[in-house]
Structures are given as C-alpha cells and as structure tokens.
Design a protein around this ligand. Structure first.
Ligand SMILES: [Zn+2]
Length: 102
C-alpha cells in the first residue's frame, strides 16, 4: 500500500450514483485500499455478529410466541371444560376450531 492512498469503497448515501469513500486507507485487501470502516474482513465480522444477534432475537421471539400459543390453548381448554365441553373435544386439532370460532 502506498502512503496517501484513499479508500476505494463506493458509498451510497443521498445521491444516486454515490461516491468513493475517500477516507485514508489503513489496509489493503486483494490489492485494493480500504479505510477502517470499509475493511472487508472487519466488515464481514461486523455483519456476522449482527446477524448472530438478530438470529438470537428472532429465536427468542418465536419461542415466546410458541409458549404464548400453548398458554392460550390451555386457557381456552379450561374455559371450554368449564362450559361442559367433553374432554375428547379438547384435543389440540379440535380445540383450534373452538379458538377460531368455527
Ligand atoms: Zn472507506
């Protein structure tokens, strides 16, 4: 890398064609100069960390939804049992019809 080189990354902010980043280059990747922000290796690591974070959040959400659905089914089964609905009618598939009001 030669001194004074600038980052070659194309930045798309408010203008359509975008512009070259132009920050002082700190490293070279596959023969091209990049600044610290656009360093492809660091960037890939940041993106992987971000994806892992969102994947964990999504997993927690889907688990919570599944748990809430189970609780809702149990609540509905209890209410229906109190209304005298037969136990065999409270099986999950049949219970779902009651929950949907069919
Ligand atoms: Zn840059």
């Amino acid at each position: 890398m030669t001194p004074g080189q600038r980052c070659c990354e194309r930045v798309y902010s408010s203008s359509y064609p975008g512009h070259t980043c132009g920050n002082p280059a700190k490293m070279e990747h596959e023969g091209k100069p990049y600044c610290g922000i656009h360093d492809p290796v660091k960037r890939a690591a940041r993106e992987a960390a971000s994806k892992a974070k969102w994947d964990a959040l999504w997993k927690a959400k889907t688990e919570r939804w599944a748990e809430e659905k189970k609780l809702e089914e149990r609540r509905t089964a209890c209410e229906l049992a109190c209304q005298g609905v037969e136990t065999h009618d409270l099986a999950p598939g049949i219970l779902l019809r009651y929950m949907r009001g069919i």
